[in-house]
Design a protein around this ligand. Structure first.
Ligand code: HCA
Ligand code: CU
Length: 401
């Protein structure tokens, strides 16, 4: 059973311009609890007093997920984090030769520092879950990573995270996360180190989810994600997409409550000041909408003709958009939907013409506008007080189930 670490409150806040008030962070943590993630990384408490306060408050809230904090390999960071009462601590330190040179240090000295800090954290709380991340793991020298990771495990780390800090990996190539995780596990085992493996995949090449699934197939036990894929640069794996794919296609997380996701996404989007892109899988406004005539006709008979993911898993419905691409079937369905079925053939044809014309102006015809079109063509009057305008499209349920 794979475990999900949400880091919207830590990595997500590293998105330029994103800063959540503490009352919003608390609300987000509560919603993540309802969704059913396993670990919430709440922040790097030494950064500001507000973050420290937020980490402490979320840690003492009695939520089901394990509450975590982020720390550099420094005594002060660890003291402050542990003092917040977290049950999970992520310690990171890059061990690439490049960085070692930059910091004018050597691998043995750095490993000594890392192990000292892991042991220090362990002594502060014997039940703490400790993760060590060699930052930029996948571009660091292999021997350095294996050496640092195995020593960290010996010092008390439970989890080693493979960080694709720059979104560098590509499935099926020499830069495969599948191969990386498999080899790392083997090489650590040779050194008698048996940590859980986590994967932290950035999206610089648009491959974050593919790489995370690659790591998962190689047996990674923890996958990091954020709401909306927030994070540095191109961000991280999107939580909703990850959960939906794992649940629908890999039979994971049957206890996850994906129907809570729209509320969580709405909250994060609003307070991050970031619109949900219309084409974003699972959460975008378009992603369960059928448009072209051939598609709508087939989907109305059986949505599976043009859908491989059930919108119901996150509490959404398939819908039809009317525009210049629409065919007769879609318009007839939409007319029924607003209670205006049974128009004369001549009127129906003119409605279809008007829908297409409106679409050519770059507008999708919603329920409200379709009523206006019908009234225009039939020259009927409607008492505007009879109904509220309805700007939704035309939803339809799956006739199969
Ligand atoms: C960072 C970089 C990090 C760390 C991941 C981790 C990365 O912002 O500190 O500590 O597991 O991508 O490497 O997010
Ligand atoms: Cu990161």
């Amino acid at each position: 059973m794979v475990r999900i670490l949400d880091t919207t409150l830590r990595e997500g806040e590293q998105t330029p311009g994103v800063c959540f008030d503490n009352h919003i962070k608390l609300a987000i943590a509560d919603m993540l609890d309802h969704v059913g993630v396993d670990i919430i990384e709440t922040g790097h408490p030494v950064v500001t007093a507000e973050i420290e306060h937020s980490v402490r408050q979320i840690a003492s809230r009695g939520l089901a997920p394990l509450i975590g904090a982020h720390a550099r390999s420094l005594r002060r960071d660890i003291d402050v984090a542990l003092n917040c009462g977290v049950g999970f601590l992520g310690i990171f330190y890059c061990v690439s030769n490049d960085r070692l040179q930059h910091h004018q240090t050597t691998l043995p000295r750095v490993i000594e520092k890392i192990t000292e800090m892991v042991a220090y954290a362990r002594s502060g709380n014997p039940r703490l879950r400790i993760r060590y991340t060699p930052e930029d793991t996948v571009r660091s020298e292999w021997e350095n990573v294996v050496e640092a990771a195995s020593e960290a495990v010996r010092a008390g780390a439970d989890i080693i995270s493979v960080a694709d800090t720059t979104g560098y990996m590509i499935p099926g190539t020499k830069r495969s996360m599948y191969d990386y995780v498999s080899r790392l596990r083997d090489d650590l085992a040779v050194r008698s180190a048996f940590p859980q493996i986590a994967v932290h995949c950035h999206n610089d090449r648009g491959l974050a989810l593919a790489n995370a699934l690659d790591g998962y197939r190689a047996g990674a036990e923890i996958i990091d994600a954020t709401v909306l894929g927030l994070g540095e640069r191109a961000g991280l794996v999107d939580l909703a997409t990850l959960l939906a794919v794992l649940q629908s296609d890999f039979n994971e997380g049957q206890h996850w409550n994906l129907r809570e996701l729209p509320r969580l996404y709405d909250t994060v989007s609003r307070y991050a000041g970031m619109e949900i892109p219309p084409l974003m899988p699972l959460s975008g406004k378009n992603v369960f909408t059928h448009c072209a005539g051939i598609h709508t006709q087939a989907a109305l008979k059986n949505p599976l003709h043009y859908q491989s993911l059930d919108p119901g898993i996150i509490g959404r419905e398939a819908e039809i958009a009317l525009d210049h691409m629409s065919g007769n079937a879609a318009v007839l369905f939409a007319l029924e939907k607003i209670g205006r079925g049974g128009l004369s053939p001549e009127h129906t044809e003119r409605v279809i013409g008007k829908v297409k014309e409106t679409g050519r102006m770059g507008r999708v015809v919603n329920q409200d506008e379709l009523r206006h079109i019908v009234n225009f063509i039939t020259n009927e009057r409607e008492n505007p007080l009879d109904r509220q305008p309805d700007h939704r499209l035309f939803t339809f349920a799956d006739p199969q189930g």
